[in-house]
Ligand binder design. Structure first.
Ligand code: HEC
Length: 229
């Protein structure tokens, strides 16, 4: 039994280690994103930044504007006026304004759809990637990336990085990452809420079951059941 336990334990440890290795890439240090999916203001800012800085190239095909409006408490008018650059209808999915063949020509690759990126890569990866651009004249856009070597994406947030304090810039990047985390799993918003309620319910059930058990066993004395007189 003990060996079985040990083998399972080391298998789990190995899985965790190899998972970290693939998620991080060899030796790349990832900064903790510290995003909070329950921070609605952060999600709203992230949505706005995404539309401003990213939607020119990246789509989020698994997400519709009106779903975002509903989940993040943005009115549909605000949505239509401030966030929808590429679409006419709030029921539309979020596609990019970039034609596929043009993108291939300009970047050598099509900017990937970001619907599931935060789940596939992890929020720490996305956060560190967006902050990880550095000057490199050998690259077409004059920048390279610490996390994704020879990335063909330009440093689209360079202006923000220049104009803001480091703290404010980190918060901007955190907001975008938070938004992408929400996009990758919108039910997370209610999943956590339901989880807490279920645990609360189980706790109350536990107390009731315990009281009931006490009541049932009151008459049973030390394993010897005696019929009541
Ligand atoms: C000018 C076009 C362009 C803009 C604007 C742009 N990207 Fe990109 N992005 C790309 C391209 C091209 C790639 C593919 C890079 C590669 O694989 O070499 C990419 C890759 C990525 C990846 C890596 C995906 C993966 O799993 O490999 C992420 C994450 C990403 N972009 C996020 C963003 C975010 C967030 C923004 C807005 C702040 C943004 N991008 C703005 C062109 C763009």
């Amino acid at each position: 039994m003990k060996t079985l336990f040990n083998t399972t334990l080391s298998a789990v440890a190995a899985m965790i280690i190899s998972f970290n290795a693939t998620a991080g890439g060899a030796g790349v240090h990832l900064d903790p994103a510290n995003t909070d999916i329950n921070d609605e203001a952060s999600l709203q800012r992230g949505a706005q930044s995404f539309m401003n800085y990213c939607s020119g190239c990246h789509s989020i095909e698994l997400m519709r504007y009106n779903r975002i409006a509903k989940d993040l408490n943005i009115s549909e008018t605000d949505m239509a006026n401030n966030l929808m650059f590429n679409a006419e209808k709030t029921g539309s999915t979020i596609f990019s304004s970039m034609p596929d063949d043009g993108a291939k020509e300009w970047f050598g690759t099509t900017p990937p759809d970001l619907s599931l990126t935060a789940r596939a890569r992890g929020t720490d990866w996305v956060y560190t990637y967006l902050k990880g651009f550095y000057a490199d004249d050998s690259r077409p856009y004059g920048v390279n990336n610490h996390v994704l070597e020879n990335a063909s994406m330009p440093d689209v947030l360079w202006q923000l990085k220049q104009d803001k304090s480091e703290r404010a810039f980190n918060q901007d990047v955190r907001d975008i990452t938070n938004f992408l985390d929400y996009v990758a799993e919108p039910v997370k918003l209610i999943r956590y809420e339901i989880g807490v309620k279920v645990l609360g319910f189980l706790f109350i059930l536990f107390i009731l079951a315990y009281l009931l058990k006490k009541e049932y066993w009151k008459d049973v004395k030390y394993g010897k059941w005696r019929a009541k007189d």
